[in-house]
Design a protein around this ligand. Structure first.
Ligand SMILES: [Zn+2]
Length: 181
């Protein structure tokens, strides 16, 4: 056996000789974890980002299908959530259960609710809880900690985006209603 398979296997971005070993064409591999197909379909890593994943055809389709600003939602979950939100928006079930009243007294926007879910905190979590959840998740999924892990990288982006949404929401609150425990 030769040891030629070592040479192009740098982890991330993933490149590997493809085809015959000697004089093989260097082909970029699909960024999807564990996939050995050539990755020739670009997909933006996050909105407004020039960074791209490179996927094979099948995984590009999967990525596009599941793509969500906050990642992690299957198509069914996304559809169900949309339906739930429409029901709420129709006026009935106006979230009194969660103690979000009308605009101006702490109502969470849809993005904020999604962000809270991404961070895995309760809808009534205060900002300190949000911050510690964010720190924990960001650490777990940080590219320095999980080099070459494409899914962790996507999660990391989502976590950062989610926290940004919640941080801005916190800043918009009147000082009197900010959590300061
Ligand atoms: Zn693939």
């Amino acid at each position: 056996m030769t040891r030629s398979s070592r040479s192009y296997d740098w982890g991330f971005p993933r490149w590997r000789g493809y085809g015959s070993e000697r004089g093989a064409t260097k082909v970029r591999l699909c960024d999807r974890e564990g996939c050995d197909q050539p990755g020739d379909r670009p997909a933006p890593k996050s909105p407004n980002s020039p960074d791209r994943w490179w996927f094979c055809e099948a995984h590009a389709a999967e990525y596009n299908r599941n793509w969500n600003y906050f990642e992690g939602l299957s198509a069914e979950e996304a559809a169900k959530r949309e339906a739930d939100e429409r029901r709420t928006a129709s006026g009935f079930a106006s979230s009194s259960h969660h103690q979000w009243g009308g605009p101006g007294d702490g109502t969470r926007t849809r993005d904020e609710l999604r962000a809270l879910e991404v961070l895995g905190v309760d809808s009534d979590a205060d900002f300190e809880e949000i911050k510690s959840a964010w720190r924990r998740l960001a650490k777990e999924n940080h590219p320095d900690v999980r080099p070459g892990d494409a899914q962790a990288a996507v999660r990391f982006q989502s976590i950062q985006a989610a926290f940004e949404v919640l941080r801005r929401a916190e800043e918009r609150k009147p000082a009197s209603s900010r959590s300061n425990r």
